[in-house]
Design a protein around this ligand. Structure first.
Ligand code: SF4
Length: 440
């Protein structure tokens, strides 16, 4: 066994178990800086790490960074073993008409603009029905803040879907939409959300969080939905018993200090409410966003590859024990990078989606759908065990030793969806056929 360097007094107070785990994971820890050693030992011993600690993890390099990644993976495996989940769902963006003018948004259109759309309830229910027939358990519904939307629209939409599909889980309406609808109906957030739950809402996306920092939000969204309002709406949802996801959109005008503070704020909320189901880091897609196009010298074109790795790994470490599902967004990163994230503390691949419009409108080129069969191949390709889950993380089907039914994508693929790499990972039937041929 490799001997470790002598511990300085500042290290000595760290729980012995944390340092032992750190040695078990890394062997010789003498190459690690003392600061990173202390932080990782703290996390491995089950203690929360501070915002300052989080910034240090985001900013570290070399052997320190390798140890951060190993720690994230280890904490992920402690909770989830080798299992990686996905949900079969359909994304329905009922309108892209919106006048809020968020600077990062490539999705919103004005009413008279080419490509502006506003689906009828009939069209939305038909899409949900089609998704149900393809095995979806969830519809994920968000839209722009259309000026003509009645405050009762959101409730009526839930009712229309539930009357056609009583068992479909409705995961819908960002805090921005809740803010908008509650204001139109002059209701408190709690009452408005409770009314939606009664109409069939099952959970809420914690989108529109961007970076929960006033100065950054001022530049991204003119602070129309402030950090305080976002937190108030999320807390209101949790208080009336509605679970939500949590997100962070990074890689534009932000920095590690904002990321660490954002994650710590999510952790504080979770300690009070327990209402977050997962964190989904969303990398900024720059190409169609006004924010980047108007200020290409001041705005970064999305996070670097290293920053993407670090966001998922550091989120796993900072949120450990509080928000234990860290999901990668394949629409932002593409399936190949999403697979790599399964080695950086990630335990979930998100939804199959069927129709993705928000990331595509912002310039993402990673297609609209990954079928369940492809999800399973991606997860196996990372050496993990795939399972299909519900929105709220109950196991629906385990694919340790079988395949989901193969389906053609709902919308014909017009782009190279970066899935050719899956040929490297033959499915179980192909593996068995090859084994049989070899045997005789
Ligand atoms: S991010 Fe949402 S609220 Fe902001 S402009 Fe785009 S659609 Fe509208």
């Amino acid at each position: 066994m490799t001997s470790s360097p002598p511990l300085s007094p500042s290290v000595e107070h760290i729980a012995f178990s944390g340092l032992r785990s750190l040695r078990d994971l890394n062997g010789d820890i003498s190459a690690l800086s003392e600061k990173i050693r202390i932080i990782l030992a703290k996390a491995l011993a089950g203690n929360d790490i501070s915002i300052t600690d989080g910034i240090a993890l985001f900013e570290c390099h070399g052997a320190d960074w390798e140890a951060v990644k190993r720690t994230a993976n280890h904490l992920c495996q402690r909770v989830h073993r080798d299992r990686v989940g996905f949900v079969v769902n359909r994304n329905i963006n009922f309108t892209n008409i919106c006048y809020m003018g968020c600077k990062f948004c490539g999705f919103a259109k004005r009413t008279e603009e080419k490509g502006a759309e506003f689906l009828s309830f009939g069209q939305i229910v038909a899409r949900a029905q089609e998704a149900w027939e393809r095995g979806a358990t969830e519809v994920c519904i968000q839209g722009g803040l259309h000026p003509k939307l009645e405050g009762t629209y959101y409730r009526d939409l839930c009712k229309a879907i539930k009357s056609a599909l009583p068992d479909m889980h409705i995961h819908a309406f960002s805090p921005y939409e809740i803010w908008y609808g509650a204001a139109k109906r002059r209701m408190s957030y709690q009452d408005f959300i409770a009314d939606l739950m009664e109409a069939g809402l099952g959970s809420m996306p914690g989108t529109a969080a961007e970076i929960l920092d006033t100065e950054i939000r001022q530049q991204l969204t003119k602070n129309k939905l402030s950090t305080e309002k976002w937190v108030e709406i999320i807390r209101a949802a949790h208080q009336v018993g509605l679970p939500t996801t949590a997100t962070i959109m990074y890689g534009h005008i932000d920095a590690p200090k904002h990321w660490a503070a954002h994650l710590a704020l999510l952790r504080d909320i979770q300690k009070d409410t327990g209402g977050f189901t997962e964190l989904v880091p969303l990398s900024f897609v720059h190409s169609e966003s006004p924010l980047y196009r108007q200020n290409p010298d001041k705005v970064r074109p999305g996070p670097s590859a290293m920053e993407v790795d670090k966001m998922h790994a550091v989120a796993r470490i900072m949120l450990h024990g509080w928000i234990d599902n860290i999901q990668v967004s394949w629409t932002k990163l593409g399936p190949q990078r999403a697979r790599q994230m399964l080695q950086a503390g990630v335990n979930d691949l998100g939804g199959t989606l069927m129709n993705e419009s928000i990331s595509r409108s912002a310039g993402s080129k990673f297609g609209q759908e990954i079928t369940p069969h492809e999800m399973v191949q991606i997860i196996r390709g990372a050496g993990r065990v795939p399972y299909q889950r519900t929105t709220l993380y109950e196991t629906k089907a385990c694919y340790a030793d079988r395949e989901p039914e193969e389906q053609a994508p709902l919308v014909e693929r017009s782009v190279d969806q970066d899935l050719n790499f899956l040929r490297m990972f033959p499915d179980i039937r192909t593996q068995q056929k090859t084994a049989n041929e070899r045997a005789g």
